[in-house]
Design a protein around this ligand. Structure first.
Ligand code: ADP
Length: 408
C-alpha cells in the first residue's frame, strides 16, 4: 500500500489570495464604470442647457423684426455658445486628468509674472461689476519656481474667476501668493483667494470639488458656470502634491487656500547637472585639445584619457585650426581651447573654425580653458564662438560637467 501525504495549504492560500484580488479588481472596475456613467450623464445634462439656449434664442432672433431685440437674442446665443465651449474644454481636460494621462510639465516660472497675467485677464470682468479688486503686483513674490506654468495658471485663474463670479456688484475680491518660510508639510507656496461674495452653504461645501456640482441658490441663478472648474483645480493640486482648503459663510464670503510644494530652480538645476553627469558616458568620445603649455596639456590629456576619451593635441591655435580643418567631419566631438597661446590665440582660432565651410564648423562644442575668469573675459570668449568657459587650473568635475552638458 502506498500512502502519499501532501500539504496543500500553500496552494489553497494562493488560490484564496488570487480570488480576493479578482474580487477587488472587479469592484474597482464597477466603481470606475459607475463614475463614468455619472460623469456622462452630467455632461449630457449640462450640454443640453446651453444647447437649448442656442437653439431657442436663434429661433427667437430669426422671428424678430426689431433690430435691438434681435441683437439681444444673438448676444444670448453667443454667451450660451461660450459656455458650451468652456464645458467641452473643461470636460476634455478633466477626462485627460482622470485617465491618468495628465502629467506635469515643469519649467522655470516667475510667480509674479504668472499671477499678473491672470489678474490682467480678469480685471475687466471685475471692473464691470465695480468690485474692489485687490491684486497688486506686490501681492505676488518676484521669485522663480520649477512648476507647470499652464496648470498653475489654471488653478489661480479658476479660483479668481469664481471669486469674481460669485461676488455681488461692489464687493471685495483679494488674491495673493506668499512664500511659506519655513515650508509647512513640504509646501512652500500659498495661494489665497478671498471674496465677500454669496458664500457656500455648509451642506454643499464638501461637494464643490465634484464634477458638475453647482449650488442651486437664487443668488447664483444668474451666474453661468460648468461646475467643473473646482474639480479641475482639485485634481491639478493633487497632481502637484499640494492641498486645497476652503472656508466659507453664506452671505459673508469665501476664502480658498492652496498650498503647493514647488521646487526651487537652483535645486533643480543641480539635480539636472547631477543626473546628466551620471548618465552621460564620455567614454569613446574624441577631443581636440589646443594647449601650448606642455605640463597643462599633459594634465588635461591624463584626465580625459582616464574617462576613456581619445585626445589629439595641438600646441597652438593655428595647429588646432589646421588639424580640425584636415579631419573628416564628425571626427571630433569637442574642442578644448586654451585662450592665450602663441602664433594664434584661442579666440582667433575659434572664429576661424566657426567660419570653415564644413557641416560641423558651427556645431562643434568649443570649451574655453582660461585662468582669466572676469566677466568680460568670459563674454569675449563666448562672443568669439566658444560655448562654455572652464577656469584654470582645471578641475576634473568642472571639465566633465561642461563636456557632459554639451555632448548630451
Ligand atoms: P462653476 O463653473 O459652476 O463655477 P466650479 O467647479 O468652479 O463650477 O464651482 C462649483 C460650485 O462651487 C459653483 O457652482 C458654486 O456654487 C460654488 N463656488 C465656487 N467658488 C465659489 C465662490 N468663490 N463663492 C461662492 N460659491 C462658489
Amino acid at each position: 500500500m502506498l500512502v502519499i501525504r501532501s500539504d496543500v495549504t500553500p496552494t489553497y492560500e494562493m488560490e484564496r489570495r488570487r480570488l480576493a484580488e479578482l474580487e477587488a479588481a472587479k469592484l474597482e472596475a464597477d466603481r470606475a464604470n459607475e463614475a463614468k456613467s455619472a460623469f456622462l450623464s452630467g455632461v449630457s445634462h449640462d450640454i443640453r442647457s446651453p444647447l437649448n439656449g442656442i437653439i431657442g434664442f436663434t429661433d427667437l432672433a430669426l422671428g424678430e423684426e426689431d433690430e435691438s431685440r434681435r441683437r439681444e437674442y444673438l448676444e444670448k446665443v453667443r454667451s450660451s455658445g461660450d459656455l458650451l465651449l468652456d464645458l467641452v474644454n473643461d470636460t476634455l481636460e478633466l477626462s485627460r486628468i482622470e485617465s491618468g494621462k495628465m502629467t506635469l510639465d515643469p519649467e522655470i516660472v516667475n510667480i509674479r509674472e504668472l499671477a499678473m497675467s491672470v489678474v490682467t485677464a480678469l480685471r475687466p470682468s471685475a471692473e464691470m461689476k465695480s468690485l474692489d479688486f485687490e491684486a497688486p503686483p506686490e501681492a505676488f513674490p518676484d521669485t522663480t519656481a520649477w512648476a507647470d506654468r499652464l496648470k498653475l495658471q489654471k488653478v489661480f485663474l479658476n479660483l479668481l474667476s469664481n471669486a469674481i463670479k460669485y461676488t455681488r456688484d461692489g464687493g471685495h475680491v483679494q488674491a495673493s501668493i506668499e512664500v511659506i518660510e519655513p515650508p509647512g508639510d513640504g509646501c512652500n507656496y500659498r495661494i489665497t483667494v478671498e471674496d465677500t461674495g454669496i458664500g457656500i452653504a455648509p451642506e454643499f461645501i464638501d461637494e464643490i470639488f465634484e464634477p458638475f456640482s453647482q449650488e442651486q441658490r437664487k443668488e447664483s441663478a444668474s451666474v453661468m458656470g460648468t461646475g467643473l472648474g473646482l474639480s479641475i483645480v482639485r485634481r491639478i493640486v493633487d497632481l502637484m502634491e499640494g492641498t486645497i482648503t476652503v472656508r466659507s459663510e453664506v452671505g459673508v464670503g469665501s476664502r480658498f487656500t492652496v498650498d503647493l510644494p514647488l521646487k526651487r530652480v537652483g535645486d533643480v538645476q543641480a539635480e539636472i547637472v547631477e543626473a546628466r553627469r551620471q548618465t552621460i558616458s564620455l567614454s569613446g568620445k574624441t577631443v581636440l585639445l589646443c594647449e601650448d603649455n606642455y605640463l597643462n596639456a599633459e594634465i588635461a590629456e591624463f584626465m580625459l584619457k582616464e574617462k576613456g576619451m581619445r585626445v589629439d593635441c595641438a600646441s597652438n591655435g593655428k595647429e588646432g585650426l589646421e588639424m580640425f580643418a584636415d579631419s573628416e567631419p564628425g571626427t571630433y566631438d569637442a574642442i578644448l581651447m586654451d585662450v592665450r597661446m602663441p602664433i594664434m590665440d584661442g579666440r582667433e582660432a575659434t572664429r576661424a573654425i566657426r567660419k570653415l565651410d564644413r557641416p560641423d564648423a558651427e556645431s562643434i562644442p568649443i570649451i574655453a580653458l582660461s585662468a582669466d575668469a572676469f566677466e568680460e573675459d568670459i563674454r569675449d570668449n563666448l562672443e568669439a564662438g566658444m560655448n562654455l568657459h572652464v577656469t584654470k587650473p582645471i578641475r576634473s568635475d568642472q571639465l566633465f560637467e561642461a563636456l557632459g552638458g554639451l555632448l548630451c
